[in-house]
Ligand binder design. Structure first.
Ligand SMILES: *[C@@H]1O[C@H](CO)[C@@H](O)[C@H](O)[C@H]1NC(C)=O
Ligand SMILES: *[C@@H]1O[C@H](CO)[C@@H](O)[C@H](O)[C@H]1NC(C)=O
Ligand SMILES: *[C@@H]1O[C@H](CO)[C@@H](O)[C@H](O)[C@H]1NC(C)=O
Ligand SMILES: *[C@@H]1O[C@H](CO)[C@@H](O)[C@H](O)[C@H]1NC(C)=O
Ligand SMILES: *[C@@H]1O[C@H](CO)[C@@H](O)[C@H](O)[C@H]1NC(C)=O
Ligand SMILES: *[C@@H]1O[C@H](CO)[C@@H](O)[C@H](O)[C@H]1NC(C)=O
Ligand SMILES: *[C@@H]1O[C@H](CO)[C@@H](O)[C@H](O)[C@H]1NC(C)=O
Length: 465
């Protein structure tokens, strides 16, 4: 057996991934067999693994600006907004993937070369919950945060909120565990506030209540844009797969076969790249990444007229924390929670919130972080905007994280703000970001007029009859 898949698993065991992609590891004498790591995140076969849209495992995104605080500055405030870690497919998808594998195994007439493993592949994926690899991502993320902010957090434990879904709550607890391990604390901290995900609940970490966004035509924009792109990029892939296997997978089933690559990787004990991944070319993975990116952009980001509005409540909470003044918002914040210092203190210096990819996409859009990204075309891959870096893999992979920090710098009276998405420092050009990506606190707050004005929340309940 020498399919690329088994090669990669063997390779992971032998640290080949490390040696091939991070030659410096030779010098550093790697001590870890896993494809995942605290500092860099996912590091095996980056030419494909960093192109799985929101199903990518977290990796450190390259940054033009040094992510370390500038010389002469100390961090005086740090906040993280995190996605949950890698999980099994959602229940409906898990069922659909099982059927797709069954279709292959009952109809295929051949399993040539790299396809050989499919013949006896045993579908065992569960649904909705974190996998062990996903749990480890969150442990690593807690350690990553602690290492970065160790000086600040020494006497200032984070105030932690989580959206209520199981995998999000578990992710927050794993993050706290990794944080405690890195801090050499015997007992991890606990979640301070968990906000239910249910109809009618105001939850800034999970969209629910804006009717015009949840139902009706706006809720379909992401799918519509993806459908156009699928009709361009999938047919050649589908034809090749069907001709190799002698089967008749539909367009949708072909996408499911691609989805199996990240989800099967998430079940490997060492997070080794799955053999499903090698059924497709590097170019095809870039097309797939674009497909996932379109779904986020038109579903929850700048491409959706009410996308950014879904992130407004969280941004107003962030502004309240940054300025230590009460939350001013009339969108999806819960005034009962946010007016009580027990559930929304204003005097803490370290905050951690746990949420989902869609909500984070909307929050990034509400902040205006990707305002200068050219609107995405639904019919050709638009090269990643390297200035702002909008791709679903760069913004909301599993265990994605946004750090917002305040800096106090020698010789400067006013505090400044930086926003760091997956270790990439954002330029903040809309508030005069300097070469370190810093804006003065005052200018940053001013730049957030969209959120402070409630976005387009008034359009959420417009009469559509
Ligand atoms: C190595 O991997 C293990 C388990 O996946 C993890 O606990 C540990 O933090 C990792 N170490 C480094 C240096 O990445
Ligand atoms: C498939 O996986 C299940 C669950 O792990 C196991 O019980 C079963 O024996 C496996 N079947 C084969 C053919 O390997
Ligand atoms: C707001 O939070 C309170 C306290 O947790 C809860 O009882 C109430 O149901 C919430 N209301 C809404 C609309 O979310
Ligand atoms: C695709 O893009 C074209 C050109 O921008 C636009 O006219 C069309 O409405 C888009 N279609 C969908 C379904 O997004
Ligand atoms: C393949 O499936 C499609 C429906 O998904 C059907 O229209 C077509 O006839 C099938 N082709 C073959 C060769 O079975
Ligand atoms: C929940 O949000 C709605 C819509 O903005 C608002 O009318 C209501 O007062 C909020 N409820 C609470 C408890 O904050
Ligand atoms: C981003 O663009 C929107 C829409 O044009 C605008 O309302 C908002 O103020 C911009 N955000 C920033 C931070 O510039």
């Amino acid at each position: 057996m020498s399919s690329p898949g088994s090669f990669s698993r063997l390779c992971a065991a032998l640290l080949c991934g490390l040696l091939i992609f991070f030659p410096s590891a030779l010098v550093a004498a790697p001590t870890n067999k896993s494809c995942d790591s605290v500092d860099e995140g996912y590091r095996c076969s980056p030419e494909i693994t960093h192109f799985w849209g929101q199903y990518s495992l977290w990796f450190r995104v390259s940054s033009k600006v040094d992510v370390a605080p500038p010389k002469g500055c100390t961090v005086s405030f740090a906040s993280v907004l995190s996605r949950h870690g890698g999980r099994d497919p959602t229940a409906g998808k898990s069922m659909a993937y099982r059927l797709m594998i069954a279709q292959i195994q009952t109809t295929s007439t051949a399993y040539p070369g790299k396809f050989a493993f499919l013949k006896d592949y045993n579908y065992t994926l569960g649904a909705d919950q974190l996998t062990d690899v996903g749990r480890q991502e969150m442990v690593n993320s807690g350690a990553h945060f602690y290492k970065r902010y160790a000086k600040l957090v020494a006497k200032k434990p984070p105030f932690v909120r989580s959206s209520g879904q199981d995998r999000v709550v578990e992710s927050a607890n794993k993050w706290l565990q990794g944080y405690a391990q890195a801090a050499k604390q015997s007992t991890p901290g606990t979640i301070d506030v968990s906000i239910p995900e249910a109809a009618g609940v105001n939850n800034t970490l999970s969209h629910e209540i804006c009717t015009a966004f949840e139902d009706g035509p706006l809720s379909e924009l992401g799918d519509n844009a993806q459908d156009i792109w699928v009709s361009k990029f999938i047919p050649p892939i589908q034809a090749r797969i069907n001709s190799k296997l002698g089967t008749n997978l539909s367009t949708t089933a072909t996408i499911y076969l691609m989805d199996m690559c990240p989800f099967d990787t998430l079940t490997s004990p060492t997070a080794a790249v799955s053999p499903f991944c090698y059924l497709f070319t590097v170019d095809e993975w870039h097309q797939y990444d674009y497909y996932e990116t379109l779904g986020k952009y038109y579903g929850y980001g700048n491409g959706n007229p009410l996308g950014p509005t879904q992130g407004v409540g969280y941004v107003n909470e962030l502004l309240a924390r940054l300025t230590e003044t009460p939350v001013q918002d009339h969108t999806n914040t819960n005034t009962t929670l946010d007016s009580d210092p027990k559930t929304f203190p204003l005097d803490r210096k370290v905050y951690a919130d746990f949420s989902h990819d869609n909500d984070m996409t909307a929050i990034f859009a509400a902040l205006g972080l990707y305002n200068s990204t050219k609107p995405l075309s639904n019919s050709t891959v638009q090269g990643t905007d390297v200035t702002h870096g909008f791709s679903a893999a760069w913004t909301v992979p599993f265990a994605a994280r946004m750090y917002v920090e305040k800096l106090t710098c020698h010789g400067e009276e006013e505090e400044s703000v930086r926003v760091i998405i997956n270790d990439r420092v954002m330029p903040l050009e809309f508030c005069g970001g300097d070469k370190f990506g810093r804006c003065s606190l005052n200018k940053f707050v001013k730049s957030q007029s969209f959120a402070r004005g409630g976005g387009h929340w008034d359009q959420c309940f417009a009469d559509t009859t």
